[in-house]
Unconditional design. Structure first.
Length: 273
């Protein structure tokens, strides 16, 4: 174990030899199984919700949480921290990889993974570029552009169009929410997912977002967030954390309850014969 740590250049991260399974029921129609490495450090036990009746009237609207543009129902969280081989008084963790599994709701129904991807990205881009500025960073990009316009107007010599555009692009890159225009389609455990990346240059973090349909208006999301300490994003731990995402996604399984019942009947029938 010591030699493995020395070769990797860090301690911690997901240990795929130490898997823990948890189960959740979604609207009593779907079973979500999460088979992932135990949290590092260990997660304190807490009261667990077993069933999420997300299609019940007003249930989502009554129970959702919100961070920035995202309104969501939290289901599961896992995290894996990475530390230097030798701890010193001036050093903390190198960083962490965090997984949050949530339920989201669309404004309009979709019928395919591709439609889901377009709808999620449109919601993201429209929110931060909204002409209506409000809480949770709504219209934040618009606010930044307005600030540049106002600053230019106050100057004895206003910015030229080229200068103004340069300042707008620089501000959006550094403290705004750059537009996301692309997503990929992928499959894990026979489930179609879309994947896109959120990167903001003024934050020492990156987020990979995976989403799959639950029905026409609801979707399941798996958000992988990299939190960096001292910008350690060029180190072995960071590369290994990136590489861990695929096997972690393979530990997320979603099946219809009726399908599970049919599988159980087939197994019992085989045993009886």
């Amino acid at each position: 174990m010591l030699m493995k740590k020395i070769l990797r250049g860090y301690r911690g991260g997901p240990d795929f030899n130490n898997i823990q399974k948890e189960h959740y029921y979604l609207d009593e129609e779907l079973k979500l199984t999460v088979a992932l490495p135990v949290c590092n450090p260990l997660k304190q036990p807490k009261t667990k919700i077993v069933n999420y009746p997300f299609t019940a009237a007003n249930w989502f609207e009554t129970n959702y949480s919100q961070i920035r543009h995202s309104k969501y129902i939290p289901i599961h969280e896992s995290y894996w921290f990475y530390w230097p081989l030798m701890r010193t008084p001036m050093s903390d963790e190198l960083g962490s990889l965090r997984l949050n599994i949530t339920i989201g709701k669309l404004a309009s129904p979709v019928t395919s993974a591709k439609e889901l991807g377009h709808a999620i990205l449109k919601e993201y881009n429209d929110y931060y570029n909204s002409s209506s500025i409000g809480k949770y960073f709504k219209g934040h990009n618009t606010e930044l552009i307005n600030e540049i316009e106002a600053h230019s107007a106050r100057r004895a010599t206003p910015f030229s169009d080229e200068e103004k555009q340069h300042h707008i692009e620089s501000n959006l890159l550094n403290s705004g929410f750059p537009e996301i225009s692309q997503f990929d389609e992928c499959t894990f455990n026979n489930i179609e997912w879309i994947k896109y990346t959120e990167i903001r240059s003024n934050e020492t973090k990156k987020k990979y977002v995976f989403a799959t349909q639950l029905n026409e208006k609801y979707y399941l999301m798996a958000n992988f967030t990299f939190d960096l300490n001292m910008s350690q994003n060029d180190k072995p731990w960071y590369k290994d954390a990136n590489a861990a995402i695929t096997p972690l996604m393979e530990g997320i399984m979603l099946k219809h309850i009726e399908s599970l019942k049919e599988d159980s009947k087939l197994l019992n029938s085989s045993a009886d014969s």
